[in-house]
Design a protein around this ligand. Sequence first.
Ligand SMILES: [Zn+2]
Length: 534
Amino acid sequence: MMNIDTLIKNGFIIDGTGNKGCHQLVGIKGDKIILPENESEIVAKEIVDASGLVVAPGFIDIHTHSDITLLVDSRGASKVSQGVTTEIIGNCGMAATPYPPARKNEIREAGSVIYAKEVEWSWEDYEEYLKKFQITGVSMNVGFLIGHGAIRAAVMGFDDRKPTEVELERMKQYIKEGMKLGAVGMSSGLEYPPGMFADVDELAELCKVVAEYGGIYSTHMRNEDDYLLDSIKESIEVARRSGVSLQVSHLKAVGKQNWGKVNDAIKLLENACHEGFNVNYDFYPYTASSTSLTSQLPKWAQEGGWARLEERLLDEDLRQQIKKEVTVKLETSVSWHSIMIASVQTKINKELEGKNLEEIADLKQKTPVEAMLDLIYEEKGAVKMIKFSMSEQDVRTVARGKLSMVGSDGYALAVDGPLSMGKPHPRSYGSFPRVIDQYQRKEKLFSLEEAIYKMTGAAAKKLNFTDRGIIKGGSFADLVIFDPDLIKDAATYTDAHQYSKGVHSVYVNGEKAYEKGKFLDPKSGMVARTGTHD
Ligand SMILES: [Zn+2]
């Protein structure tokens, strides 16, 4: 007789490898999975009847920005309710650390997308930041990426130039520190300052260090519209020179004139794969993206960070130049009503959340571009937007690709408490159920086993997680039990703060984190490290 904590029986087990599912017993003992042969050898404290339900490894969200939000609310509610048990934070070059005293303001700006004022940034380096997670406790596992933007800002601020030898060494030092503490790799955000000031030489040099430690290079590429294919080539070139394992972030083609280019992008990535490079990409199942509104401004206007941008917005000539460039760029790819304001910081502009730039222009009796620049100015750059810019067909193509994984590009949020503000992108609440409901069940782009693989085993393999992402004896007991006929996203663009439906229960390291709409907040999350048993 074997005493265990939980026995899940009658469930249809999809183990995360992509193999066909089958009916099998799954047990939890402590924080690990056991696979009993038959029930008679088991005494369990809790028995879960999973008749008609699927049992899968907890989902790994390989692309998130929950760096701060998980410290604000340990439940990870919008994610756990989808079945996500591990968040990979520090994406798009943005991270909350390193955070040396001399560069604090610049680094908070570099991480403006992850910024949440509810938490005091009381750390200076990776070690202290991770300790903060341990002290606070969190109900999901967290794997962290070193943010290239964050280390560049820490070493050289927002300068538009190459690093000196000494500066490059200092950045490498940060990477070593992070990797030794268990980082899963490094991310870049080449469309944002200061990442946009880095060239291939710099990125390849830094990625050599990442590769030495077996980490991945996750890149928000330099361009996702007219120069998408050049950006793909640049990413592959970094992998070629450094030997790093490449993860292209949120693959998409922005702007009508570029729709369809994802086919060639995927071909380039698959060719690199055939050449022997380790290449993958992630996607979220929506046709709108979301980022900071300032990302729509020309690169030169963003050089030097907010302080310099503010000066330029006040300078009549420079402001005219910015207006001209923004207008040309926007009107050739999307339109003013395709940009919706997701969140602002000031009370006075709260009423603009959920409105598009055309509506705001009408309201303010200004042109859309004037309304946009004024809003950026009033909010000191901290405005988030949702931009409707992709084609449904492209999203399908990207989803179906063999190299794809699901990554929300969102945050762990909640319908109550400090994280329930604004009109965030629905991907924070619905990405995983939406892939299953829309692209698997309704459109049959792939089997349920393949869908689960893109959410679990594929990410675990990429990240060298040897003990997560697959249901096998001895692995950490990260599990989701869901109804394959009912699982569905509920969040919409106008009302994102709604939990997904159809997830029965979720276990994180053997502890129940979610059951039938209730969050148990066991704070059983761990730092998920590459290739090690933590
Ligand atoms: Zn990004």
